[in-house]
Design a protein around this ligand. Structure first.
Ligand SMILES: CN(C)c1ccc(C(=O)NN)cc1
Length: 327
């Protein structure tokens, strides 16, 4: 089987939201290849925290099965967090159903989730070694459905300020051009992780970097969070740019011309993003906030939506590989 759903961008393409049905209840969730918990705003949240969100109410699902005593708690790279209890229910995405998917009910969420009223929770599409359910980590929707998919893959075709598509179980050849360039994935940290040991700024042949951190493909992160020395070199080529502590990153005059930025996807391919696609947000006073920012020395480079929305991306759970194609 295979199925596809729309991925609709929030403002500034900061995240992409997709329709999911759980126990017959429709919610709008953020598909996140950088985590492995499927969690939803629940009817047990304080009303002040769930106001504006659609909540899942297990008492209204005839197929809900509580997982007695199980709990979860997660924190994300941006400092946001959520926690709660666990059960199992039928989860359907694009017509593809897992009958007994672990569904994590939020009884606590941090402020940025409360404020993000279009978001009713997350679908983790990383590897279940980083699932936070105790006493027993739970498999992701993709891990559960993989054996019944025509192909053990899902693809992300995100777009700039336009709706895109997530597809499970098929590689839709109408969604990309040319070849798909794959790299093996090291899932030992729970991410779609691969080496990225060269980069290009403003074109030309790639600069090798033996000290460059490995990278992860993360649909749940908005920006590209890159090793600090590379980011410094990038903005050195942007006139009027500066590191603005109050904004939390590099800003520049929106009139500036940004150089292109290319990053290695494994050993054989450089994914190059044109400068015109490397602004994340206008700050309203003529300055712009860059899509390329520092990873603050985290030792991992996070290739989020600023990269992914420029490509067709393949997450291959069968061959444990990640691929990109132009489109
Ligand atoms: C506050 N929200 C909606 C978030 C969603 C996803 C993430 C994330 O780091 N995913 N890899 C952080 C925060």
């Amino acid at each position: 089987e295979s199925g596809k759903v729309t991925a609709s961008p929030e403002k500034n393409d900061s995240e992409y939201l997709s329709p999911v049905t759980i126990g017959g209840q429709a919610l709008t969730l953020d598909f996140d290849t950088g985590s492995a918990d499927l969690w939803v705003f629940s009817s047990s949240l304080p009303a002040a925290d769930s106001s504006g969100h659609t909540t899942f109410d297990p008492s209204k699902s005839s197929t809900w099965q509580a997982y007695q005593g199980a709990t979860w708690q997660i924190s994300y790279g941006d400092g946001s967090a959520a926690d709660g209890t666990v059960g199992f229910d039928a989860v359907t995405i694009g017509g593809v159903t897992v009958s007994k998917q672990a569904v994590e009910l939020a009884t606590g969420v941090s402020g940025s989730f409360v404020q993000d009223t279009q978001n009713d929770g997350l679908v983790g599409l990383g590897f279940s070694t980083i699932n936070t359910v105790q006493p027993q980590p739970q498999k992701t929707f993709f891990e559960n459905v993989m054996p019944s998919l025509a192909l053990p893959v899902f693809t992300a075709n995100l777009d700039k300020d336009a709706s895109g598509t997530y597809t499970f179980g098929a590689i839709d050849s109408t969604q990309y051009t040319g070849d798909i360039h794959y790299t093996p994935v090291d899932s030992s940290n729970g991410f779609w992780e691969f080496p990225s040991s060269s980069y290009t700024i403003a074109g030309g042949s790639p600069t090798p970097c033996t000290t460059c951190s490995p990278a992860i493909a993360d649909t749940g992160t908005s920006l590209m969070l890159i090793d600090d020395d590379i980011v410094t070199a990038y903005y050195a080529q942007v006139s009027g740019s500066s590191l603005d502590q109050s904004q939390g990153g590099y800003i520049y005059p929106c009139s500036a011309t940004l150089p292109s930025f290319g990053v290695a996807i494994g050993a054989d391919y450089t994914a190059t993003i044109p400068g015109s696609a490397l602004t994340f947000a206008e700050l309203g006073d003529g300055t712009c906030f860059g899509g390329v920012q520092s990873n603050q020395g985290q030792g991992i480079q996070i290739y989020g939506d600023v990269l992914l929305r420029n490509f067709f991306a393949v997450f291959d759970g069968g061959a444990k590989r990640f691929g990109v194609a132009t489109k």
